[in-house]
Design a protein around this ligand. Structure first.
Ligand SMILES: O=C(O)/C=C/C(=O)CC(=O)CC(=O)O
Ligand SMILES: [Ca+2]
Ligand SMILES: [Mg+2]
Length: 392
């Protein structure tokens, strides 16, 4: 419990303390904030008063300074925040630096450096194999040897709430996509850069990765289908990728760490996590279409962990940069995280409770992906939501 009267099981209770960037009508400068219940702590203002030594780490219109500051500073800021929101003596000191979340505009929380999208769900990869490559083995021969991924378009990563303009392209006839889809994913946000030429071991995951967000990797299946052999996804996915405004630090997910599924193929040493602490995550997602829950995937089913993805991404010596975002790939364990799976390539449209049917997205449709994870002592760790509406 906190003097802020935020119950322990509130998704943005004192055990979560996610970071974002917000502005208000009264102060239109985007600045770093921390969500607590239905309020936001104006972090630079609070730090100026209560912990001036941390001012440079939380300065600026993005989380980039904090991301770059590294694990010791991340821990120090979080320890300060925990004290402020739980100890009664801070009621008056912090009170002046709280903003109602409803009065805030949320901005893209960090400057996205490189963006990578993985394909780490065995259920998703199997479903897409069955749908798109009938008659072949659903999983490609490499799938259990390495986390497959591709480099996406960092410049079109947008914050939750941004309208998604229906893309046009060759399907192969040129025109607006008729098969616009979603992909519910978890994103990993890199804080500390690495050195070019030096692979980063999976045991260094929490020395580099700051936290996680929710990702909707909008996908135009018709554009994708015509363009992506042999080089991979391009315009079918690069038009927009939405992320949640709140970045949940890894420290808040300590209690949600679980062992990943059993590996059925021996792994190269750089990916072998059998003897290292697990980075599977017990994160539960909910996907809503126009207010109706259409799927509830679980991240604990993911074959590859965020730590393995980071190790793979750097094993050739490619370096990490502050603000790199890599997404897990569609989470389809428990239930599918995309419409192409839910409607089995459009053959079995989803019937929504309002009487409408959907194979793929129509103009005006709104998709909201939210998630929670367990915290210590019955706490709920909220990842917030990523929201987007399709416009024609
Ligand atoms: O299996 C395919 O041919 C295509 C797969 C995807 O489009 C999925 C993708 O972007 C990676 C992922 O989200 O899992
Ligand atoms: Ca994807
Ligand atoms: Mg995308």
């Amino acid at each position: 419990m906190s003097w802020l009267d935020v119950p322990v099981d509130h998704p943005f209770g004192p055990a979560t303390l996610p970071y974002g960037v917000f502005s208000t009508a009264a102060d239109p400068h985007p600045r770093v904030g921390v969500a607590i219940g239905h309020q936001i702590i104006d972090l630079p203002a609070a730090v100026r008063r209560l912990a001036p030594g941390l001012a440079s780490a939380v300065a600026g219109p993005s989380l980039n300074a904090l991301l770059a500051a590294g694990p010791a500073v991340w821990a120090e800021v979080r320890a300060q925040l925990t004290t402020w929101v739980t100890e009664e003596v801070y009621r008056d000191l912090l009170g002046g630096h709280l903003v109602a979340a409803g009065d805030a505009v949320m901005h893209l929380p960090f400057t996205v450096a490189d963006y990578v999208d993985f394909y780490a769900s065995e259920q998703h990869a199997t479903n897409l194999g069955r749908i798109l490559r009938p008659g072949q083995e659903p999983l490609t021969a490499n799938w259990k040897h390495l986390p497959i991924g591709y480099h996406g378009r960092a410049g079109t990563v947008v914050v939750s709430g941004t309208d998604i303009v229906r893309p046009s392209g060759q399907r192969p006839l040129f025109g607006p996509s008729q098969r616009l889809d979603i992909e519910a994913e978890l994103g990993f946000v890199v804080g500390v850069p690495s050195t070019l030429g030096q692979p980063v071991p999976l045991t260094s995951f929490d020395q580099h990765v700051f936290g996680v967000c929710l990702v909707n990797d909008w996908s135009a299946r018709d554009i994708q289908a015509f363009e992506y052999v042999p080089l991979g996804p391009f315009l079918g996915k690069s038009f927009a990728t939405s992320i949640s405004p709140w970045i949940v630090p890894l420290a808040a997910l300590d209690h949600a760490r679980v062992a990943p599924p059993e590996r059925t193929v021996p792994l190269q040493p750089y990916l072998d996590d059998e003897k290292t602490p697990s980075w599977g995550l017990d994160v539960h997602l909910e996907v809503r279409l126009n207010g109706h829950v259409i799927s509830t995937p679980s991240f604990d089913t993911m074959y590859w962990t965020g730590a393995q993805m980071m190790a793979h991404l750097t094993v050739n010596g490619a370096s990490l940069r502050t603000g790199d975002l890599y997404a897990s790939g569609t989470i389809s364990g428990g239930s599918p995280g995309s419409l192409i799976e839910l409607s089995w390539n459009g053959q079995e449209p989803l019937l929504l409770p309002d009487g409408s049917a959907r194979a793929f997205l129509e103009d005006g449709d709104e998709v909201v992906i939210s998630a929670t994870a367990p915290g210590a002592g019955g706490a709920t760790i909220g990842l917030g939501e990523v929201r987007g509406r399709v416009v024609g």
